[in-house]
Structures are given as C-alpha cells and as structure tokens.
Design a protein around this ligand. Structure first.
Ligand code: SF4
Length: 178
C-alpha cells in the first residue's frame, strides 16, 4: 500500500524503476534456429520444437502448431532436453570379455567399433541369398535389433534403412511406437 502511495506521489518525477539488465532481458530462444521433430518416447507422437544456436541444442519445447499436443509435453517429453544435454549422461560402458570374471570400462568409440566388427562377422557367416526352396531371400537370421525408447525419428529411419535394406536383417524392433 505504501509503495502504491509513493508511486502516486512521485508519478512523473522518478525514473522508471526498471534496470537496464531487465530491459535487455529476453527469452534464450530468441535468434535461435528451430527444427520440428517428434518426441521419441511414445505413440502419442507429440511434436517438438528443437532450438539450436551455434550447432548446439539450447532448448526443446512442445510445438504449439501441432494438433496433437498444442504446445504441451508430458513430463517425460519435457525432459528430452535433459536427456540430450545432461552432464550426468554415461559416456563409458562396462565390458566383460568372453570367459572373463570381471568388468572393464571402455569408451563409446571402442564399443562402436566392437559392435561393427561383430555385426560384420555375423552377417558374413549367416547371410543367405536363397532359402531351402531356392527362393531368393537375401537375409540374415543371425542378427536381431531391439531399439530403445529414446531413439528419435531420424535415428529409427536410418536404423531401419541400414539394417533391413542394407544388411538384410529381418528382426528389427523398437520399444517406441512412433
Ligand atoms: S512421451 Fe509424453 S510428450 Fe512424448 S509423445 Fe508421449 S505423451 Fe507426448
């Protein structure tokens, strides 16, 4: 009440009590590039806006133009930014060699190379051009793929394209239903 009275008394005689820092404040997404994507988690298929600056993701929010989610995201979808950028993300993996009794810590690069080599070896050993009736199949039944819920649309597209058309793997599944 006293503040209101003071403002009335000094109206027009005191400068606007807004600091320059406040005047310059703006949303951090101002000036950012934005791309439209889809939440990777579930079959609802909420649309997301991915904001980037200098090639780095700075924010993710619900797409207000989407007829599905109208700018909203559930708590899981709203945590996508943290999923991608959290410093708590694991960047090393535990590996137990065949017949070993202990785990070793390995880098992601090492693991990716190991997986690639095993995929190549297994495909070479199990690839079939025809089945037992001579019907062309061009497939391998020696490898299966199960994707996780945090694979995004683009990753799933590439996985499907590489695994099936590229390598002939027929057992390709994903936990998410986007
Ligand atoms: S997890 Fe949530 S935000 Fe993501 S698609 Fe499903 S309902 Fe939408």
């Amino acid at each position: 009440m006293r503040v209101v009275q003071l403002l009335k008394t000094h109206a027009g005689r005191v400068p606007n009590p807004v600091s320059e820092a406040t005047r310059q404040a703006h949303a951090r997404i101002r000036g950012a590039d934005v791309a439209v994507s889809v939440c990777p988690y579930c079959a609802v298929g909420c649309s997301q806006l991915i904001y980037t600056k200098d090639g780095r993701i700075i924010d993710i929010e619900g797409n207000y133009e989407s007829p599905i989610n109208g700018g909203t995201l559930c708590p899981k979808g709203a945590a996508t930014f943290g999923l991608l950028t959290s410093p708590l993300r694991e960047t090393r993996v535990k590996y137990r060699a065949p017949y070993s009794d202990h785990w070793e810590e390995r880098s992601l690069d090492w693991v990716m190379e190991r997986i690639a080599q095993l995929v190549k070896q297994t495909r070479d050993a199990t690839y079939e051009e025809t089945d037992e009736h001579g019907v062309p199949v061009n497939r391998t039944l020696g490898i299966g793929h199960l994707g996780g819920a945090t694979l995004d649309n683009e990753e799933n597209y590439l996985i499907k394209k590489l695994w099936t058309a590229g390598l002939g793997i027929v057992a390709v599944e994903n936990q998410a239903r986007i």
